[in-house]
Design a protein around this ligand. Structure first.
Ligand code: G3P
Length: 224
């Protein structure tokens, strides 16, 4: 399973990249706004900065809601860097634009997916990635991971190449559950990735190894 980081923070992207396990980045207009990035020129430069940190796909989302605007914006975004993936919403125009970009060989990510039917449409249009938002489904008492499982079955039934990119991940167990049900990618906040590293028995075990090593070294030094 690929690990993407879900942020527009260059610092967090660098931190995740330094861990040596990062495969890509997803952003959205809310995440860009959180970093105070606005205006076409700044937004475009920010995407290039992200692409220069990570050697993997970087999802850049269009703001337009009309088909022509989506195509124009997507073309501009795709021209920035070969790793840019044009992120389009699950709307009629979004799906039409996904088909357009897919026919042109430009990578796409269909975002704001909340049902298996929507995921089927994204795959039919040739999306590179489909982004089911599992955390937001959990928030309304619906099982987000179950949706990933359902999409996995449908895509495998028909051999769709579209990769399932589990999004709106909130905690480390979401990542593990997505891996169990066969998501291709998990896009995660840095906190959830970092939480995967920790286990109290690892900490205690390492302390014991180091203490035993030190003790043995001291005994050897005393014996000399
Ligand atoms: O990038 C889209 C998605 O991951 C958003 O997550 O936490 O705002 O539901 P969240």
């Amino acid at each position: 399973m690929k690990f993407f980081i879900d942020t527009a923070s260059l610092q967090q992207i660098k931190e995740a990249q330094d861990l040596g396990i990062l495969d890509g980045v997803t952003t959205n207009p809310s995440l860009m706004a959180k970093e105070g990035i606005s205006g076409t020129d700044r937004v475009m430069k920010h995407y290039v900065d992200i692409c220069n940190i990570v050697d993997g796909d970087v999802s850049a989302e269009v703001i337009s809601t009309d088909y022509e605007g989506m195509v124009r914006e997507g073309d501009n975004l795709a021209a920035l860097h070969p790793n840019i993936t044009v992120k389009l919403p699950m709307t009629r125009n979004g799906v039409k634009a996904i088909k357009h970009f897919s026919d042109k060989g430009i990578k796409t990510n269909c975002t704001l997916v909340f049902s298996a039917g929507q995921a089927l449409l994204a795959a039919k249009a040739g999306a590179t990635y489909v982004s089911p938002f599992i955390g937001r489904l959990d928030d309304i008492s619906t099982d987000g991971v179950q949706l990933i499982e359902q999409i996995r079955v449908i895509y495998d039934n028909y051999g769709f190449d579209t990769q399932i990119l589990a999004a709106s991940i909130r905690h480390p167990m979401h990542i593990v559950q997505c891996a169990e049900v066969g998501a291709d990618v998990a896009t995660c906040p840095l906190s959830a990735i970092n939480a995967l590293f920790d286990h109290p028995l690892t900490t205690i075990g390492l302390e014991k190894f180091l203490a035993d090593h030190k003790k043995a070294a001291q005994q050897e030094a005393t014996a000399k």
